[in-house]
Design a protein around this ligand. Structure first.
Ligand code: ACO
Length: 431
């Protein structure tokens, strides 16, 4: 880490000696004050629930400028990657730091393709679930269970194990997500077909059946690939931090990624796409566009507990660049499928317009996030609402594993162990 020119000094009003703290500089973005020795020097901890001002690690993978609405993977703007690269190239970039040349790209694709099948015993494990189980419940179990099947890549301290675990996870997630879906609808599992693209193969495993040949629609394939790119990584969000914290104990990569899947499920995070579509359907069923004003009043009334799902973000205080790209994809896919007049899309656009002009949202800098339009695209493609977060998990797996591997290779890494401000009973005796 690069030391900045200045230092921070922390002084106390009670006359306790002040503490000098080093400041480090990143490539871009805010500097950080190094408080690692603070406790030793002052006997005090810092207090920052929700990590509003705390950097928990150094990372060279993804950078967000929330005020500008900018997202970079390894320095490349998300718009350029979404328009010029495919998902597997993006995976290579996130994992290795550089975009692949033609040879590297072919070799990486071939490597991922070699690992698309899952151990056949996985399907018996899957069959233990109820058919109506939520796919995220199933996926949390299945991803964790991978560690019971691939014993030769579970040592997170071994760089080779981490690398093969990364390839396995990227390759097998589409297979597992599609299996979770097929199981729920009672259709036979489809084995992967490796001459298809990553997205095309996933579409066939989802929507194909053994009785007919499946033809991949290239517009849908491209839309799905773009969804994967847009969700691939997002620096130290809740699920990624979960993966890092879980992995910091030295647990195996599959277990750490399943912790990420579990965290992603929540509606404040990856579950927002499902919650957003349910919200749109609810408004549509209760009067549609005519009732948007009423719904927005509820959102602004804190006592209602209603939130505009797909809006707001901890980091973005401007338009989420992924939401713009997703809206573009939404237009393309609805046109391709003849769904231009989709009432939910019209409703979403109306909600967005009202929100962007309303003082409540303007003052709080609340803008659409990636989940606002992704549900409409996924629904149009034929993905069931309860699988939306599973698609997010599939795409985010590369980010999780890239971040976990970065952490395990970082000489400064330590097991994550937050402190607390204790407010319970002091020592007392049982009478
Ligand atoms: N609808 C209505 N009000 C909102 C919304 C929303 N979607 N989001 C934030 N606010 C309000 C809060 O009530 C708060 O108001 P206050 O200052 O009067 O108390 C203010 O805006 C700031 O919001 P916080 O909740 O403090 O912001 P935080 O950074 O903690 O939360 C979060 C961010 C969780 C994303 C929040 O905006 C939210 O719940 N959004 C809806 C869920 C969602 O879309 N999540 C997906 C995030 S993107 C992703 O994970 C892929």
């Amino acid at each position: 880490m690069k030391l900045a020119d200045n230092k921070a000094t922390l002084s106390f009003s009670n006359g306790a000696p002040s503490v000098e703290l080093p400041v480090y500089q990143g490539t871009v973005g805010p500097d950080v004050i190094d408080i690692r020795k603070l406790y030793g020097q002052s006997g005090m901890f810092t207090y920052d629930p929700g990590f509003l001002s705390t950097a928990a690690c150094q990372s060279a993978i993804t950078y967000i400028d929330g005020d500008k609405g900018e997202l970079l993977y390894r320095g490349y703007p998300i718009e350029q990657l979404a328009n010029n690269c495919n998902f597997l190239e993006t995976c290579y970039l996130l994992l290795n730091g550089e975009l692949p040349n033609a040879q590297e790209k072919a070799a990486f694709e071939a490597r991922v393709n070699q690992h698309t099948m899952v151990h056949d015993q996985m399907q018996y494990f899957l069959r233990g679930f109820r058919r109506d189980a939520h796919p995220m419940a199933v996926l949390t179990g299945l991803v964790g269970a991978l560690s019971a099947f691939y014993h030769d890549s579970t040592d997170v301290h071994n760089a080779e194990h981490r690398e093969i675990a990364a390839i396995r996870l990227i390759a097998k997630m589409p297979t597992l997500v599609a299996m979770a879906y097929k199981y729920g609808v009672g259709q036979p599992f489809m084995y992967p077909q490796n001459d298809l693209s990553y997205a095309g193969n996933f579409m066939r495993m989802m929507f194909g059946n053994p009785c007919e040949e499946y033809k991949v629609n290239p517009v849908v394939e491209r839309a799905l690939d773009r969804i994967f790119i847009l969700h691939a990584d997002h620096e130290q969000n809740a699920s990624t931090s979960t993966v890092r914290l879980c992995g910091s104990s030295g647990t195996n990569p599959f277990a750490a990624i399943s912790a990420g899947v579990a965290c992603l499920w929540g509606p404040a995070h990856g579950g927002a796409n499902e919650a957003c579509l349910n919200m749109l359907e609810h408004i549509q069923a209760n009067g549609g566009i005519a009732k948007v004003g009423e719904f927005m009043e509820q959102v602004k009334d804190k006592s209602s507990g209603v939130k505009l799902m797909g809006f707001g973000h901890r980091v973005y205080k401007n338009y989420d660049p992924r939401a713009k790209l997703m809206q573009e994809t939404c237009n393309e896919i609805l046109a391709e499928l003849g769904l231009e007049n989709d009432p939910l899309f019209a409703l979403a656009k109306k909600l967005e317009k009202i929100a962007l002009e309303d003082d409540y949202f303007v003052q709080r800098k609340l803008y659409p996030n990636v989940d606002f339009y992704s549900g409409i695209v996924q629904r149009a493609i034929g993905i069931p609402v309860n699988l939306f977060t599973g698609i997010f998990a599939l795409a985010r797996t590369v980010g999780w594993i890239a971040q976990l591997n970065e952490q395990m290779g970082d000489p400064e890494y330590k097991i994550g162990r937050p402190r607390q401000l204790f407010t319970g009973a002091a020592t007392r005796n049982v009478k």
